[in-house]
Design a protein around this ligand. Sequence first.
Ligand code: NAD
Ligand code: IPM
Ligand code: MN
Length: 359
Amino acid sequence: MAAEKQVHRIALIPGDGIGPEVVAEAEGLLRAIAAADGGFCFDFTSFPWGCEYYLREGRMMPEDGIDQLRGFDAILLGAVGFPGVPDHVSLRDLLLRIRHDFDEYVNVRPVRLLRGAPCPLKGVEPGQIDMTFIRENSEGEYAGSGSWLYPDTPREVVIQDGVFSRHGTERIMRYAFELARREHKSLTSISKGNALNYSMVFWDQVFDEISREYPEVETHSYLVDAAAMLMVRDPGRFQVVVASNLFGDILTDLGAAISGGMGLAAGANLNPECEFPSMFEPIHGSAPDIAGKGIANPLATIWSAAQMLEHLGQGEWAARVVDAIERVLQAGDDLTPDLGGSASTSELGERVVRELLDV
Ligand code: NAD
Ligand code: IPM
Ligand code: MN
């Protein structure tokens, strides 16, 4: 008797702007992989949540939206946010809500210059940019804590707290140390302890404490401003990097800029304990300037889908997808305009499928 096929239940949240365009390509690739493999399949459910939904329904997702997502094995998200809905509403009530409620406290963002990808840095070769950012994804500057006092008066005061719990800080650093040890890499902590005299002094202290549990891991600590400069001047010195929510956000856009652009930058929001579904999404936004034109680069979402495959236990396929992306970049003839080509989103997406499956 044939073995039962493994079913991966995936929630798709294409979202806004170019989100649906790029998610469609990742979905097509995943379907093609499952068909070629034969040992597993995907059961996709698409949720039409986002800014258009908000304009119709007055909210970004239904009241029980989180419960609807709870039973899935993973979530693949495109992008959220569009002119017409304030960003602090659309992002906090959908994207940040999912990251928070599913305790996806690890944001893994590879910053790797693949062969064939454009790099604005002089004399830098693939291999010289190969970092893994571990961004704290549940608290810090994004905790949503603060107050707005006496609005619209001359005494107006706005306070945005940075929230760094011992639990939250230790667990993200342990995750980063474990990864660095497993991969025999150095670990760099991003700080600003010279100015943020509570949060970042605490961050540095916890980094120092946890580092004693991992004597075999080489460590570095840079102030975030210097780190930004060094990522441009000498990117090779960064391997695994651990950063707070906001610093990790900013530095990974810089990372994208030095490793092929926003169209190539992938990310995974992990709940490592697998108590809740993890969510996979490109790090770019909804790109209103190119939305609807069919020219968005789907490679970041496809790479995020590869991270999802890895999370689902399909690590071999994950590696093959990244290899296929690299070969397509090297071939150079089916690239979207952001990469200097004239191909459409679906032409590039389909090219990756062909490259992967050799058809
Ligand atoms: P953005 O990432 O959407 O766009 C920045 C620039 O990069 C634009 O010029 C855009 O055209 C380009 N770009 C982005 N992705 C691309 C792709 N796949 N292919 C080709 N070019 C691409 O950032 P923004 O303009 O600052 O934000 C637009 C909206 O998206 C805002 O509402 C913002 O809050 C939201 N946003 C959402 C997410 C998310 O959902 N994860 C991330 C970032 C921004
Ligand atoms: C990202 C985005 C989000 C973040 C925004 C849209 C809230 O910029 O995923 O990098 O800051 O986390
Ligand atoms: Mn960002």
